[in-house]
Design a binder for this molecule. Structure first.
Ligand code: ATP
Ligand code: MG
Length: 395
């Protein structure tokens, strides 16, 4: 299912994979995979990889295959890929850069990017970006992030994540004429984002035995998960007369992921549950949450950079008009046709722009409605060996 999502992201859609569930249900294990041992050091052992490295392997394979196919066919157009990774954690409502080498970090800010394709895409100011090309680059990013992420010991999990972690891949694809270097040679530019999110798990203080800092962390985790629940409830509520208020801004997590939760993205939620009878209430809560999340409707659009298409269309039109002017002034015989050409040159700039823009906009922009996709994984109590997939829900 996640592989399908990666294919969509490589086609230009935004994507998000979200691991949700109570503490010690296996979210981090699902996203990061088993810890490397001398016998099984990732990435050579694909079986021990988590979602993050499986996604990375799919992206690397796709890029290599596309480039090789274009080389073999000597196609007229070639695609240039660039993938950048950022990794952050939200610890007690503070955003921290996991790829930044400096120890003293300020709380990072979430800002709106007016230059983005939608004009209101969110980004985190000052976040370190790493270019990732080979699988080893991704492994390095994942390991640095994992090492720096805040983890603590509780009675439920001795490697309990105390923060939400978001690994984001920004995939840019530029299709241009082979050998061409000018902006005119670019025929399309796509930019998609894929968020891979390992949430901290909900927890009860009397089960985790948390006190002091752990207790404070636990209540901050529960508070942000409560906001996530409210956001999903508002988004999944049946449509009434007035649009329901969605409280994205009540937590950094929901604000940062607002597009993935209720906007332009395809989202897969992995609901991790524990089959232990002592976890009955939390398991039921997770399944109910997943059921609600499945009702959320998202409108995903291929992120084609219309602005650059507009610019190339306008440039081509200006060149054509110049040519018409030159040819009309050089020959009196074509005076009549000059008048025609003149009529078109006298077209107000704004209408020329509008015409070009509407022609750019009329380019097919693939978009699709999608629902949240959820599937469930469970683990066989504490000290267990392997994950069992309980149920795979339809898309
Ligand atoms: N499928 C599995 N096979 C083997 N071990 C597993 C499996 N799933 C989880 N574990 C182990 O169970 C423990 C708890 O898992 P994990 O840390 O992934 O839980 P979590 O849901 O991330 O919890 P938290 O919310 O507290 O961070 C870890 O030691 C992990 O290695
Ligand atoms: Mg965890």
């Amino acid at each position: 299912m996640v592989k399908g999502l990666v294919d969509q992201c490589l086609a230009g859609y935004n994507g998000c994979v979200l691991a949700y569930g109570q503490t010690a249900s296996g979210k981090t294990f699902t996203m990061e995979g088993s810890k490397p041992t001398p016998l099984h050091p990732p990435p050579s052992d694909p079986e021990s990889r988590g979602i993050m490295l499986r996604v990375a392997a799919d992206v690397v394979d796709h890029i290599q295959q596309t480039t090789a196919a274009e080389e073999e066919e000597q196609s007229e157009e070639i695609t240039q890929f660039s993938v950048k990774a950022t990794y952050l954690e939200i610890y007690q409502e503070t955003l921290k850069d996991l790829l930044c080498d400096s120890d003293s970090q300020a709380d990072l800010r979430i800002r709106i990017d007016p230059d983005s394709l939608s004009g209101r895409e969110l980004y985190v100011q000052g976040l370190t970006e790493r270019e990732v090309i080979t699988l080893e680059d991704y492994v390095r990013v994942a390991h640095v992030g994992t090492r720096r992420r805040t983890v603590g010991e509780t009675d439920m999990n001795n490697v309990s994540s105390r923060s939400h972690a978001v690994l984001t891949l920004t995939i840019e694809q530029i299709t241009r004429r082979r050998g061409g270097t000018s902006p005119d040679d670019i025929s399309s530019r796509k930019r998609s984002k894929l968020h891979l999110v390992d949430l901290a798990g909900s927890e009860r203080a009397n089960s985790t035995g948390a006190t002091g800092t752990r207790l404070k962390e636990g209540s901050s985790i529960n508070q942000s998960l409560l906001t996530l629940g409210n956001v999903i409830s508002a988004l999944s509520a049946p449509p009434s007369g007035r649009p329901a208020h969605v409280s994205y801004r009540d937590s950094k997590l929901t604000y940062l992921l607002s597009d993935s939760l209720g906007g332009n993205a395809l989202t897969v939620m992995i609901a991790c549950v524990s089959p232990a009878s002592s976890c009955y209430d939390e398991t039921l809560g997770t399944l109910r949450f997943a059921e609600r999340a499945k009702k959320v409707k998202l409108r995903a659009t291929v992120n084609v950079d219309l602005q650059s298409l507009r610019i190339s269309t306008l440039e081509a039109e200006i060149a054509q008009l110049r040519q018409q002017l030159e040819s009309s002034s050089s020959s009196s015989l074509v005076r009549r046709s000059t008048r025609d050409a003149h009529t078109s040159t006298r077209m107000p700039v704004s209408s020329a722009c509008d015409a070009a823009c509407s022609s750019a906009e009329s380019q097919p922009r693939k978009s699709r409605w999608a629902r949240f996709t959820t599937f469930f994984t469970g683990i066989a109590g504490r000290g267990r060996r392997a994950a069992a997939t309980i149920h795979v829900a339809e898309q």
